[in-house]
Design a protein around this ligand. Sequence first.
Ligand SMILES: [Zn+2]
Length: 420
Amino acid sequence: MPNNSLVVHNETQFRKQVVDLAPGVWTAVGYAASTQHMIEGRETVTIVDTSESTSAAAHVLAAFREKTDKPVGRIIYTHSHRDHISGASVFSEGQTVPILASAGFESDLVGQDETRIAPNKALGRRTMAQFGIGLTPEERISLGCGPGNRPMEGMGAGHIPPTELFAEDRDIDLDGTLARLIHAPGETADHMAVWLPEQKILFPGDNWYHAFPNLYAIRGTPYRDFAKWAESLAMLAELGAEVLAPGHTQPVFGADRVREVLLTTREAILHVMRHTAEGMDAGLSQDDIAASISLPPHLADKPWLGEFYGKASWSARAFATGTLGWYDGNPTHLGTLSSAARARHMAELAGGVEALEAQAQATPDLQWRLELCDHLLALGASAEALKAETMEALAETEINATARNTYLWEAKKLREGAGA
Ligand SMILES: [Zn+2]
């Protein structure tokens, strides 16, 4: 049985619906990995974010058309992640419409520029694993940021580059509705929140959603600036929004609630930074810093800080690496043993490869079993099936969707590779 909290999070946060935020303002949730928003003007509508695929965008546009058939007059991208910018061609319906974004608009993914030396194959594999591409919707359950079951055709196919870039915060007229574009670096450096001061509706992009923030994505991301993300949340909380319509998950209603979710998420980020910095100052290893982190009770009991998408322990490692780099201050780690060399030493300690195998089978500690399986694999012993079944067992208890998907995806690959 999969983790029940993850199942419930998927069913509630990604329930497919177009939500009325105010007269003439809507959010589409559950149609795609991300959310899309529509703001009605006098003659035209504005679309904020466009989903990850042309098929999802087509479903959203059809649902929006039940609210109004005014044509799309402009599109705004809150940031450059592919799950927000890849359905623009569907919304623009063959017309040339202005597409607004931050002046720093660029993806934080490697692989944008094929001529640069970058681990693009690794990123591709890990992205497939994180999002469970190739798993069935029943296996996948959730993306953490979006529904496990969603249309996949036309993935990435409908992107249109922005036509107007904004370097400064700016008031703009959305065909009769006043909006302010606010730079708010966070999940990406190029985040631009959209604020409707008259309706008091805030679109924060991915700087907030109903899950622990993805301060580090296991598909592989460069360092996300924790301090700037926390600062942006404090700044957004000061706007006094009464409705928060995030880039993923359901909207939040009520000024007090909106302020609370923004500020407690900021506190959670500061907690990770403080815990990690104190651990590093005390000379602890990344393992010990990651193993000892937990949110204080007044944050841990907030449902929107559940680790469905981001994870505190991974975030602690990312903060440590992002600030002082990989070296943890322990000179032991200045030297290097290859995986095979370490595995040979472990086998020697255990009393031979067969004894190591027996320990791997016997230990009830699943994390330790995985580590022993890696030693066995490094020695050329066949531990593929044991590693696969251990990852599958961990997947079932895991609350984090990206960890679950990665365990199941890699288990499948391992079984295929072993011919099992
Ligand atoms: Zn997103």
